[in-house]
Write a protein that binds this ligand. Structure first.
Ligand code: G6P
Length: 369
């Protein structure tokens, strides 16, 4: 079994370490002669007026990153829905909408039901349904005419890690391709995006190699912790949600992810001496805003942990603990900021002696409603 886990103690840790390879593979298999190759879905581009995404759990978080890129880069109005909500209260039907179902297993009952409902509203022709999945041979694969195969390899740990990275990568490729085909970005810009994306696998390796000791040490300090607040803004708000979900799922510690600017409307009441606040503070549009939100937490004597880039000198002074990620363009930052949060959740649960790969009450895929 240790061999299957590649020498790692748990599948989850192995899968976290698989991520540089997963990203390389995901890019390689969808780039052909420096062109993005996503298959037949590309035929729909000229007609798509808006997109709606349905998903659950970690796939829903990947979808929120997708929404950000599709709207900010490709300029396509995009909404994200919990599949379990959409299936009973869908937004009014609108033609020229591409509906995207994101599900790593391709078997999540709510996501399949939401997509079936959408298919039944499209009366003629091939339904405009795109699946982003790690299992094209799944029920999802049979339901939707268009598929992007994320090719992350089978994921065994119940808490999704490498499939998240692979889904987010699929969204980058979709948004960049759409933006280029619609002449919203130039070829030079596209090439720059792709070149930066191709640098990420090595940058993930750097995080895994250099940050693990600090994260393990930090995990020891979480033995008695009862609540953790994760803050992020903009494209890293979904990463705050994902960091909190990882912690909840495997360590059973209460965690909340919040857009940092909303902290003053509620979660700030939870803050007290020593309550951990983990803030994603990477350079970009909302960098100064996040730092000033962190100052507010500092005034309440919270225990401040920053996920930031090494190049920024303000960071070490503001936070009690710094988890460093390489400096990357803001648009790509979720791919690097999520890694320390996955590792932190893992080491906290592992130190508590919990069954990391099979957390209580959770299933790898939820095939019933
Ligand atoms: C379950 C798993 C989660 C996963 C969610 C959606 O709850 O425990 O890790 O994110 O299902 O799964 P899917 O296969 O649709 O991505």
């Amino acid at each position: 079994v240790l061999v299957e886990k590649g020498g790692f103690k748990h599948y989850m840790l192995k899968e976290i370490h698989d991520q540089p390879g997963v990203l390389r593979q995901g890019l390689e298999s969808h780039l052909l002669n420096a062109q993005i190759a996503l298959g037949p879905v590309q035929e729909l581009y000229p007609q798509v007026e808006q997109m709606q995404i349905v998903a659950c759990g970690t796939s829903w978080h990947a979808s929120l990153v997708g929404q950000y890129i599709l709207q900010q880069v490709a300029q396509v109005p995009t909404t994200v829905h919990y599949a379990s909500e959409f299936r009973y209260a869908p937004p009014p039907y609108r033609p020229h909408t591409l509906t995207i179902g994101v599900t790593q297993s391709g078997e999540t009952a709510d996501t399949l039901a939401a997509l079936s409902l959408e298919a039944s509203r499209q009366l003629t022709g091939t339904p405009w349904l795109l699946g982003i999945t790690n299992r094209p041979e799944s029920s999802l694969g049979r339901l939707v005419p268009y598929v992007i195969d994320t090719r992350a390899g089978i994921e065994i740990g119940v808490a999704a890690t490498k499939t998240f990275i692979a889904q987010v990568t699929a969204f980058y490729l979709l948004a960049f391709d759409l933006a280029y085909q619609r002449q919203i970005i130039t070829q030079e810009k596209l090439e720059l995006y792709l070149a930066n994306l191709q640098k990420i696998p090595n940058q993930l390796e750097w995080i895994l190699e250099t940050q693990t000791p600090a994260i393990e040490q930090l995990a020891y300090q979480f033995q008695e912790v009862q609540h953790v607040i994760y803050l992020g803004r903009g494209i890293n708000f979904p990463i705050a949600l994902e960091g909190a979900l990882k912690l909840k799922e495997i360590s059973y510690i209460h965690a909340e992810g919040y857009p940092a600017g909303e902290m003053k409307h509620g979660p700030i009441a939870l803050l007290d001496k020593g309550v951990p606040v983990i803030a994603i503070a990477t350079p970009g549009t909302v960098y100064d805003k996040v730092l000033s939100n962190v100052q507010e937490a500092r005034a309440r004597e919270a225990h401040l942990i920053g996920v930031g880039s090494a190049a920024n000198s303000e960071i070490p002074d503001l936070f009690h603990v710094n988890l460093t990620v390489p400096e990357v363009p803001e648009l790509l930052s979720p791919l690097v900021t999520v890694i320390p949060l996955q590792l932190l959740a893992y080491y906290i649960a592992a130190h508590r002696g919990l069954d990391v790969d099979q957390p209580r009450n959770l299933a790898k895929s939820v095939t019933v409603e």
